[in-house]
Design a protein around this ligand. Structure first.
Ligand SMILES: NC(=O)c1ccc[n+]([C@@H]2O[C@H](COP(=O)([O-])OP(=O)(O)OC[C@H]3O[C@@H](n4cnc5c(N)ncnc54)[C@H](O)[C@@H]3O)[C@@H](O)[C@H]2O)c1
Length: 407
């Protein structure tokens, strides 16, 4: 049965049908697959969408979106070519105005092992995927920076695959590019999100399935029926990946800047898929100690914050600002601000603010989500167990403090 994308967006995901009203969105590689459905999703929610596509399929895509009542314009573009990208921006400005959102989605993908790969295949992959992402991002940045807001959503792939070394290398490079750009744009209001849509049923993935499957010890049909999430029997429909991309662009964008997120996680966050991640066990009364005094608990809170600071210091230097940014988003204030508050409470220099319970709830959110966050970066069971237990112990202290303040 065909998927009703508008229904999914507005009913299942509760998005306002005009959430992107008059926003100008460029989607590269919009002629088919995830790019096409992502363009549809933006247009269904009110955006004016530019389909920056190399092939004539861009025209068919434009017509399909217009038939659904959306506003779309196909501008034939080769993202690897500087003149073509310059023209893309000129024509976008003439037709609609300054860009609000750029989705770097276009790819060149060709399955061949390194020993047989021609230099041309390597170069073309890097030119479309990596150089293209750089050229379009650079071209859109003046618009975004002038508005002090906006988003660059870069499609990535994370997992190594035989025969796709050039493609995967280009995609992992896009993650690094996105994270570095995110650091450059810190404080500007412009966000950059590297987004892995998931294993999605598209012409692109089907074009490599036949060659890839045997290298993974699978038949083509087994490969196409691989399930990376308990809620999917086989690949994710492209409409779902598109819905995840637009949900991320509107509801979660404030939370992400440089951090990698994937389509399954977004769809879990919105409740469309069942969460399958690490969860914290329920805490019992013994773990939440209501007998400890506020002063002791504040000292323990300070210790937790110091440990968290030390954990951040152990991260690679480039990852640290992102981890700290993630902390601030979830915990409501920066780690340094939390440390200042806890130490002035501990020394008696300040009295407990009236909204302390609320503040602590936010801090608890950070630690509650720590195991799930960690599960995005590692599958190592010992690490996940350790993070889960630490988070549990820290939450118990924070919740005891909430109780102590209430008394
Ligand atoms: N399909 C998946 O399972 C999957 C998994 C992880 C990441 N992704 C990412 O999602 C994005 C979309 O993937 P897909 O599977 O829908 O791809 P696809 O191959 O089906 O579509 C790619 C589109 O890009 C266009 N294109 C190619 N070269 C171009 C150029 N030089 N300029 C402009 N357009 C060009 C193609 O004509 C095509 O319409 C990609 O960035 C991919 O890396 C996909």
């Amino acid at each position: 049965m065909p998927i009703d994308l508008f229904n999914m967006l507005t009913k299942d995901m509760q998005l306002d049908p005009q959430v992107f009203l008059n926003q100008i969105v460029i989607v590269t590689g919009a002629g088919r697959g995830i790019g096409f459905h992502t363009s549809r999703a933006f247009a269904l929610l009110g955006a004016k969408v530019v389909l920056a596509e190399l092939s004539a399929e861009g025209k068919t895509a434009e017509e399909a979106i217009r038939r659904e009542g959306g506003t779309a314009l196909f501008i034939q573009t080769d993202v690897s070519d500087l003149d073509s990208v310059t023209q893309l921006l000129e024509q976008t400005h003439q037709a609609y105005g300054a860009v609000d959102i750029l989705v770097n989605n276009a790819i060149f993908i060709h399955q061949v092992n390194v020993k047989d790969m021609s230099t041309e295949i390597w170069d073309r992959t890097m030119a479309v995927n990596l150089r293209g992402t750089f050229l379009t991002s650079r071209a859109c940045l003046p618009d975004l920076l002038r508005k002090n807001q906006g988003l660059i959503l870069n499609m990535i792939s994370t997992d190594a695959m035989p025969g796709l070394s050039a493609y995967i290398a280009s995609k992992q490079a896009i993650t690094g590019f996105s994270q570095s750009l995110a650091l450059e744009l810190e404080g500007t209001g412009v966000r950059v999100i590297p987004f892995g849509p998931g294993m999605v049923d598209t012409p692109g993935i089907r074009s490599v399935a036949g060659g890839l499957a045997p290298q993974l010890g699978l038949t083509e049909s087994e490969f196409l029926n691989l399930s990376l999430h308990a809620d999917y029997q086989g690949l994710m429909p492209p409409e779902h990946a598109a819905a995840a991309a637009v949900y991320l662009a509107t509801c979660l964008a404030e939370e992400f800047h440089g951090q990698v997120i994937n389509g399954y996680e977004v769809l879990e966050r919105v409740g469309f898929l069942k969460a399958s991640d690490v969860t914290l066990p329920e805490m019992n009364d013994r773990e939440i100690n209501s007998n400890e005094t506020t002063r002791t608990l504040v000292t323990k809170l300070l210790q937790i914050l110091e440990e968290t600071e030390a954990e951040f210091q152990k991260l690679p230097v480039f990852v640290r600002p992102m981890a700290k940014g993630g902390f601030k988003n979830k915990a409501g204030r920066s780690l340094a601000d939390w440390q200042r508050l806890a130490s002035s409470l501990g020394s008696g220099a300040a009295s407990i603010p009236a909204n302390m319970g609320e503040l602590l709830e936010k801090l608890a959110t950070y630690y509650r989500e720590a195991p799930t966050e960690t599960a995005r970066f590692t599958r190592d069971e010992a690490t996940l167990k350790m993070v889960t237990e630490t988070a549990q112990a820290r939450l118990a202290i924070i919740q005891s403090l909430v109780l102590a303040i209430d008394r």
